[in-house]
Design a binder for this molecule. Structure first.
Ligand code: SF4
Length: 132
């Protein structure tokens, strides 16, 4: 495995679909939490979809890409795939047993579940890559 230093929060880019449903907004809140917890940096998926050159270049410079989708429609994954980026860690909120609806009164425990799932995977991956 190629040696990578993942010490810098800015080198881990987090994208969420931020869709117009409870699961899309749960994905959004989880991306914010992960950023606030210092595990990565929330980045603009819309900039990737719009092929904004500065954002494409910044994403190319990243060392790990995390993507969070609300549901199996997988808009964040499709957007990143379309732009030619490989996703290192990925989750769909509905995969974690959270049902999709359009109630924007988000459940805190849902946000924590998604945040915890990715936080443990990012931490594990950082440990693996740093020690290799
Ligand atoms: S992945 Fe699902 S929740 Fe997210 S933007 Fe697409 S359709 Fe909406």
């Amino acid at each position: 495995m190629e040696d990578k230093c993942l010490c810098e929060q800015n080198e881990i880019l987090i994208f969420s679909c931020a869709g117009s449903s409870n699961v899309g907004q749960t994905a959004n809140q989880a991306a914010i939490r992960l950023t606030q917890d210092g595990l990565g940096r929330y980045f603009c998926l819309a900039g990737i979809g719009g092929h904004v050159s500065g954002m494409i270049e910044s994403t190319k410079a990243g060392k790990m890409i995390i993507a969070i989708d609300g549901c199996p429609v997988a808009c964040a994954k499709r957007t990143l795939d379309h732009a030619g980026f490989n996703i290192d860690e990925y989750v769909q909120v509905t995969e974690l047993g959270i049902e999709k609806n359009h109630d924007f009164n988000l459940n805190l425990s849902d946000i924590e579940k998604v945040t915890h799932d990715l936080a443990s995977r990012i931490s594990k991956r950082k440990g693996i890559l740093i020690s290799s």
